[in-house]
Design a protein around this ligand. Structure first.
Ligand code: SF4
Ligand code: SF4
Length: 463
């Protein structure tokens, strides 16, 4: 049964009333967030709406504090792999939309292997599989073949350990197939929770059905996929409305399935071929975008937050301080993009990336900035998903697992992919972090691995 649990009027009223929130209300909301309490909808709306620069600074500080308390200084790394750009939908903001005339393609399994080889050489262990919607050209069986092909690949340095999947809303039956194929998180962006705006930008195709799209995670949950990742495309509608929509969606899932979003992505509309950015009147400026990111972090402290290469280096560095816990690196956003990039042939990406640096330079800069780049996929591989993951996260114990895993995977990465300079700085970071590992035997193991980085020995461990 389809259900529209996004009460449009309720959100509009919240945002309207938030205009009258006085300093006392906002200050109290920030105190509550600081002490780990859950905020009411009206308080979140008040934080979103404030224009007071002193309060905005406090929002940044509180978000940063929450992030450090829950995630420490770890940043999970991933990369997208685009397998097909055939699409029957006309989403006016996307270069893959059906009206855009370009030569479309999908990867053969051989081409996919070549893409994955390049991604593995960058050190990636976690991929996001991306495809447009086309039952004819890109059926669920094709997607399942892609997943199987990737998981079957073995390299000298291990393998791709987790494939998150970002494909169109589909049936419960197809979600069961994805579940059986061993996917990580199923990711789907609602794009906007404002139904009127949604209808305007989704001109035709199955995605035009707002409720079908909105209920996709319910079908996924019913099919056994308990890690789902939401998001909106900021720039389509009022961003504050969309933040409230995301939170209502999250609460709906929590109430019904005992677990909300595993991750929330914060993509912001950026130019692409086949669309004109000037056609969009709700583009979000940098200040508003930073505030939105920080408020989401405050509102859902335990939900991972993902940022892509849509944002440039400066913005990514800023948002990492405000709540982002996962970033992509070295991304190509076109079908076969990693091979094409080698040949200087990028023609029709889904969007133009604004952080074009190589994965290794992004990873290296994270270390310079005091972050631990993590290639950990342990929760997924040990079956710690859905509410099992959330309860560990909410207990505050997850950091005890994440930190040693992040350090171990950084050891792996350094030995397998780092040059002497990289190994030196990674070793120094790991050494500084070792005292923070709570488990004695894990601490001893990490010290042993650290020696291997320094002496350039082969690794004999596997995270
Ligand atoms: Fe197709 Fe997705 Fe692009 Fe819409 S956003 S046109 S569904 S690929
Ligand atoms: Fe993520 Fe789990 Fe690894 Fe922590 S231990 S980084 S939550 S996969």
């Amino acid at each position: 049964m389809e259900l529209n649990f996004i009460n449009q009027k309720y959100i509009l009223d919240l945002l309207e009333n938030a205009k009258n929130a006085n300093d006392e209300i906002i200050s109290k909301a920030l105190d509550k967030a600081d002490s780990g309490e859950t905020l009411a909808h009206s308080e979140i709306a008040a934080l979103l709406k404030t224009e007071n620069t002193e309060f905005i600074e406090r929002i940044y500080k509180t978000a940063g504090k929450i992030k450090r308390r829950i995630y420490g200084n770890r940043i999970v790394m991933f990369a997208p792999v685009y397998v097909s750009d055939y699409c029957v939908n006309r989403c006016t903001y996307c270069s893959f939309n059906q009206s855009h005339d370009f030569i479309r393609s999908k990867l053969t399994m051989e081409q996919l292997r070549e893409e994955v080889k390049i991604l593995e050489k960058m050190g990636h262990k976690r991929l996001a599989l991306e495809a447009g919607e086309s039952e004819k050209e890109c059926s669920i069986d094709y997607i399942l073949d892609c997943i199987k092909t990737i998981y079957e690949m073995k390299f000298e340095n291990g393998e791709i350990r987790r494939i998150n999947v970002n494909i169109a809303a589909t049936t419960e039956e197809n979600y069961k197939k994805l579940k059986n194929a061993g996917i990580g998180t199923y990711i789907l962006f609602q794009e906007t929770y404002n139904e009127t705006v949604y209808n305007k930008f989704h001109v035709s195709g199955p995605k035009k059905d707002f409720n079908w799209h909105l209920n996709a995670f319910d079908r996924a949950q019913n099919a056994g996929i308990d890690d789902v990742g939401g998001g909106v495309l900021f720039g389509l509608s009022d961003p504050y409305f969309d933040v409230m929509g995301l939170l209502l969606h999250n609460e709906h899932l929590e109430k019904k399935y005992n677990t909300g979003f595993h991750t929330i992505s914060v993509p912001r509309l950026c130019p692409a071929s086949g669309m004109n950015i000037n056609d969009f009147s709700n583009l979000v400026d940098d200040e508003t975008f930073a505030k939105i990111t920080a408020v989401i972090r405050i509102a859902v402290p335990f939900t991972g937050m993902i940022l892509s290469t849509r944002e440039n280096r400066d913005m990514r560095r800023k948002l990492l301080q405000l709540g982002i816990s996962q970033i992509s690196a070295g991304s190509a956003t076109e079908v076969g993009g990693y091979q094409k990039r080698r040949r200087n042939e990028i023609i029709t990406p889904q969007f133009f990336v604004n952080d074009e640096r190589s994965a290794v330079s992004i990873i290296g800069e994270l270390i310079d900035d005091g972050y631990i780049p993590s290639f950990c996929t342990a929760c997924y591989r040990s079956g710690r998903t859905g509410d099992r993951f959330m309860s560990l996260a909410k207990s505050g114990q997850i950091g005890n697992v994440c930190l040693p895993n992040a350090l171990m995977t950084l050891c792996e990465y350094s030995i397998d992919y780092g040059d002497a300079h990289f190994r030196e700085k990674a070793a120094s970071m790991i050494k500084n972090e070792i005292p923070n590992i709570s488990n004695e035997s894990v601490r001893r193991k990490t010290i042993k691995n650290l020696e291997k980085i320094s002496t350039g020995q082969q690794r004999d461990f596997f995270v």
